[in-house]
Ligand binder design. Sequence first.
Ligand code: DC
Length: 218
Amino acid sequence: MQIALDGPAGAGKSTVAKAIAKKLDIMYLDTGAMYRAVALHMIDNGITVDQIEAVTNALNTIDLQVNYEDGTQKMYLAGEDVSLRIRENAVSKAASDFSALQPVRLFLVKMQQETAAKNNCILDGRDIGTFVLPGADFKFFLTATSAERAKRRANELEEKGQVVDVNKIQAEIEQRDYNDSHREFAPLKQAEDAVLIDSTNMTVDEVINFVVSVIEGK
Ligand code: DC
């Protein structure tokens, strides 16, 4: 079984995907984490998004691994666990920029398709239903208003003790949505056969129960 879960930044895709994977006892692949790790590798090597040749060379030698430890996805670069570093704000922005490059996408899409061919799985991302797994058994497009997504993100950061500016977070989210949906190659877009879920006024449990009801109802 293959499930595609797409949507813009901060819509709650990873929370929902994790819960669905647990409920159905299938694998969860967070494809955004893969774009983030590639972006971090480029940053660490001083490569910028306009240096296509350097990007392509770096992809030929990158040592990128997706591991599962206690059921949690971990990203490794050359043996180093970078799972925390890839969540930094600068990496979010760089991931959106580097993910617009066709060589980056083709490199990661191949890894994603190989993983999905071997496992029952749920993948979350931007182009899973439209490009990575066009034949997925179930497709969902999870969204919420940018104000609501910014509010949720601000709450998460505040819980970690950080001081936040919710307007700035909303502006960053909107910028990333714009980048991700306006790139030429495999942009963020709802697949025609995806079920749209607007979670603006829904709890996480309501979203999860809805997704499960769609899957079990088929
Ligand atoms: O889901 P995320 O915020 O961790 O993703 C980081 C960036 O990676 C996002 O801004 C766009 C890119 N991305 C993508 O282009 N395609 C995917 N399938 C997943 C993420």
